[in-house]
Design a protein around this ligand. Structure first.
Ligand code: SF4
Length: 716
């Protein structure tokens, strides 16, 4: 029996694997793992159906020809060297993945930021939780999730924001359900879609797309009106700008003709009625939210009563909040409510961002995002100098690099001439994926490291490098509650596949930096990363793994899951200059309207599929749940557009178009439609969701607005 960690979502469930043949394995939940206590969802349970070598990339390829590793690595290094020499370090970019292990991420980040001399390394985690990262940094001074899964079992009230938890984080959902049964925990789901999760809530709040900031500002103003702020906590632990309360906007301000119409102090005036906007707060907030965010007035009152009555509140937020052009503000609106009511850093209370991918958090720790350096450090001279000394780096980068959408724009317009994609499929998963395909087709050198031979992105590659898959790799991942666990190899490397960290190190060696990448085991990479977190700790950050910097290989092999920062990492102070958290003023965004594309399109995930289905598509059991991609549309819109249940419809946006089978359902709000994200060109069946959202991003986090794109439909 081998203890390892699930390949899929950010819950990070522990698995006990029993290898039963050359490529077969029995999977069970690890009863000892704190993330899941033996539970698994359908995807984890059926991992054993996905470990065959079907479709695998097993040898390096140059174009359509099989190559040796030496030939492929020489070519990668040579093209990189030439590109840097001729066009400078910023002409080179890496686009990596939350599927990488921390050791892989560390190696790639070190090569790019310390040796190539550019910060052009971004990741598909930009599409997942970059807005939560930015919100944490603004409020806490560091990207720290202040909760643990156990808080879900200690809470009296759980607010799920933009999360179909029952489908997307099923083991979290099982823990919530168990808590409801045992403790009577009340559950509220805030989501534009009446999802499978919403169906089971005590209260469903049908917020309009991107209406979350208005809603949480209104809740905060309402708690203030009811005298439920924690004045002691605010005074001791939170910085509140002088203008914060006067700028608190529970709903959008009028576009023109009026002065400030903010709420919360009783000084402001409703622009329509002329009455004090916030006197008799619930009624006025509820009425405005009903008018602007589509939330029934009675529903807001119910929600406010629940929040007022239950100080032990956890707000769990996910992609519905993050994948937005105002995702960072949404995160801060949620965090503001928790800080101001003192619902943080204690059992059963806190704002809890839950990540999508198995190692998005590990990537954040080592600096896998273009706007951070490494180990939660930024780009000040002090931080850059410290990192350069630690790495003995000859070419430390000078500042942040390009975030994902901007990175592919730079590929498209020729500024980036060498792109190395690791463990991800941006030709499908990026927004406006037609544009991304054009960019890949124009790029002089595209290198793809992957486990699958034929992916949509791999078709654009000049060089393909075979990487190790789940069940073959060895290393660590960090889940949503900051718990680091080992992924362990179950099988020998197939064909000529190699670990990603090793491939990166072998390219670095060919570029003349081999002594700085001279690891012979993932434990060596981990030790170096753990030692490097000392730079963060010296600067007052929470991230500190230095106690593990001397772990020997045997201890790494048997390392048990551990949670950095402990259960309440911010309980003794915030890593800001003042030691206090910050309330951040956030205002609701104006709704986007486009008469040519009058519907709001949401892209979603199915229960039994993962990303672009390269793994889950191998499982016959998983494919039974939803074998086809469905366009979900409200009956009113179906009638208006002439769509019939079971028929086909063409969905169009300014970026692209694709065809889907129609499902008419009242779970959609009128005027809003949704499609799943998983299907790809390689499947040759249409239903390519990510051709549709445009390139709009959150101005702070750079995260794309997948959840609220302008679209139209017509029958086929
Ligand atoms: Fe794997 Fe996530 Fe399911 Fe756990 S909840 S078994 S980590 S997919």
């Amino acid at each position: 029996m081998i203890n390892t960690t699930c390949a899929y979502c950010g819950v990070g469930c522990g698995i006990t694997a029993t290898v039963t043949g050359p490529r077969s394995v029995q999977i069970k939940g690890d009863a000892e793992h704190p993330a899941n206590h033996g539970r698994l969802c359908s995807k984890g349970t059926h991992l054993g159906e996905t470990v065959s070598l079907e479709g695998r990339l097993l040898h390096p390829m140059i174009g359509d020809n099989r190559a040796t590793w030496d030939q492929a690595l020489d070519l990668v290094a040579g093209r990189m060297r030439d590109c840097i020499a001729e066009h400078g370090p910023d002409s080179v970019a890496f686009y990596v993945s939350g599927q990488l292990l921390t050791e892989d991420y560390y190696a790639a980040n070190k090569l790019m930021k310390g040796f190539v001399g550019s910060a052009n390394i971004d990741t598909n985690s930009r599409l997942c939780m970059a807005s939560a990262v930015a919100a944490h940094n603004r409020a806490f001074g560091e990207d720290v999730v202040p909760c643990s899964y156990e808080d879900l079992e200690e809470a009296d009230l759980i607010l799920l924001v933009g999360s179909n938890t029952a489908w997307c984080h099923p083991v979290i959902w099982q823990r919530i359900e168990a808590a409801r049964e045992k403790r009577g925990t009340r559950l509220v789901v805030i989501d534009p879609r009446r999802t499978e999760t919403a169906e089971q809530a005590d209260l469903y709040v049908p917020v309009a797309p991107d209406g979350d900031v208005a809603l949480f500002n209104a809740l905060l103003a309402e708690m203030r009106e009811r005298g439920l702020l924690d004045e002691g906590y605010l005074a001791e632990r939170v910085e509140v700008d002088a203008g914060f309360w006067s700028e608190l906007a529970p709903y959008r301000r009028p576009r023109a003709g009026g002065g400030p119409a903010t709420c919360g102090t009783g000084q402001r005036v409703d622009q329509e009625s002329g009455a004090p906007a916030c006197a008799g707060a619930t009624a006025s907030f509820a009425a405005e939210l009903a008018r602007q965010a589509g939330i029934p007035a009675a529903t807001f009152t119910q929600l406010a009563d629940l929040v007022a009555a239950h100080p032990r509140t956890v707000t769990l937020f996910s992609q519905g909040a993050n994948q937005s052009v105002c995702g960072t503000d949404k995160g801060n609106a949620i965090i503001n409510l928790h800080l101001a009511t003192g619902r943080i850093n204690r059992p059963g209370a806190g704002p809890f961002s839950i990540t999508g991918q198995p190692n998005a958090m590990g990537g954040r720790e080592v600096g896998g995002l273009a706007n951070m350096l490494a180990c939660h450090l930024g780009f000040t001279n002090d931080e850059r100098d410290a990192v350069a000394r630690f790495w003995q780096a000859p070419n430390i980068c000078t500042g942040p690099g390009l975030k994902a959408v901007d990175l592919f724009r730079a590929v498209h317009d020729g500024r980036i001439k060498f792109l190395w994609v690791m463990a991800t499929n941006p030709a499908v998963s990026m927004p406006d994926s037609g544009f991304v395909r054009e960019a890949l087709a124009r790029c002089p050198t595209v290198v793809v490291s992957d486990v699958i031979a034929d992916t949509d992105t791999g078709r654009f590659a000049h060089i393909r490098l075979p990487a190790l898959a789940w069940g073959e790799k060895d290393g660590t991942v960090t889940n949503s509650e900051r718990r680091v666990s080992r992924q362990r190899a179950l099988f020998a490397p197939p064909g000529e596949a190699r670990a990603d960290w090793r491939i990166v190190a072998q390219v670095a060696e060919r570029l003349g930096w081999g002594e700085h990448f001279a690891w012979d085991h993932p434990a060596g990479v981990f030790r170096e990363f753990a030692a490097m977190t000392g730079l963060a700790a010296e600067r007052g950050k929470v991230l500190d793994l230095t106690a593990l910097a001397n772990l020997d290989d045997a201890a790494y092999e048997t390392m048990a899951p551990f949670q950095w920062g402990g259960a309440y990492p911010l309980a003794h102070g915030y890593p800001t200059p003042s030691g206090k958290a910050r309330l951040v003023s956030v205002a609701p965004a104006e709704p986007h309207t486009d008469s040519a594309y009058p519907l709001r399109l949401n892209t979603v995930r199915y229960r039994d599929q993962w990303h672009t289905m390269t793994r889950t598509g191998l499982s016959p059991t998983l494919s039974q749940h939803r074998p086809e991609a469905l366009l979900e549309v409200h009956p009113q819109d179906a009638l208006a557009q002439g769509l019939s249940d079971g028929g086909l419809a063409r969905v169009e946006s300014a970026s692209g178009a694709s065809v889907f089978r129609v499902r008419v359902t009242a779970t959609q709000r009128p005027g809003e439609i949704c499609v799943p994200m998983h299907w790809t060109d390689a499947m040759a069946c249409g239903a390519r969701a990510n051709r549709l959202p445009g390139q709009g991003t959150d101005p702070i986090s750079g995260q794309p607005g997948f959840k609220n794109a302008a679209a139209r439909v017509q029958p086929v």
